[in-house]
Design a protein around this ligand. Structure first.
Ligand code: ASC
Length: 154
């Protein structure tokens, strides 16, 4: 018969395995998690980037187009974070280990970017190009801050 302490250890082990499995739950493989977050960040950057020529005055301001791109970027900004599962600092990724070792700081940088992206979508909806310009700058800063701290330099 098992001792109480053996049972307790067993329960904790089972819980530990369940928690570890859950962390990977949305993805079948670690490489899928990496691909997922990179894809989300890529699509977000495409829509955010389309505002660049407009805010620089290289392209005519089309309110509806800018609003649509900013709204898409805002929605996509909510997605990449699922992909930063434990253990996915290894593989085809520029993610720094600090994402996991300094998770609170990473979370706050990720939240900052999402907040700035939401403000950009709001500004774009409002249709004031000057507001879009200044918020585009603030949003880009939040992208860069996270890259500086958490993405390996190429
Ligand atoms: C972009 C893009 C980024 C950010 C960053 C801002 O358009 O793809 O990663 O802006 O360069 O500094």
């Amino acid at each position: 018969m098992k001792s109480l302490s053996q049972l307790v250890v067993g329960v904790f082990l089972a819980l530990g395995i369940a928690v570890a499995a859950h962390a990977q739950a949305p993805f079948k493989k670690t490489e899928d998690a990496i691909k997922y977050r990179q894809s989300a960040l890529f699509v977000m950057a495409q829509h955010f980037g389309r505002l660049g020529p407009v805010v620089k005055g290289e392209q005519a301001y089309n309110k509806d187009e800018v609003a649509r791109n900013a709204a898409v970027a805002e929605q996509i900004s909510k997605l990449p974070w699922d992909g930063f599962v434990a253990g996915s600092d290894k593989g085809d990724t520029d993610a720094k280990p600090e994402i996991w070792s300094d998770a609170a700081k990473f979370k706050s940088a990720a939240e900052k970017m999402q907040q700035e992206m939401s403000k950009l979508a709001q500004a774009a909806k409002g249709g004031d190009l000057n507001a879009v310009k200044s918020q585009f700058g603030a949003t880009g800063k939040a992208c860069k801050a996270c890259h500086d701290d958490f993405r390996k330099k190429k």
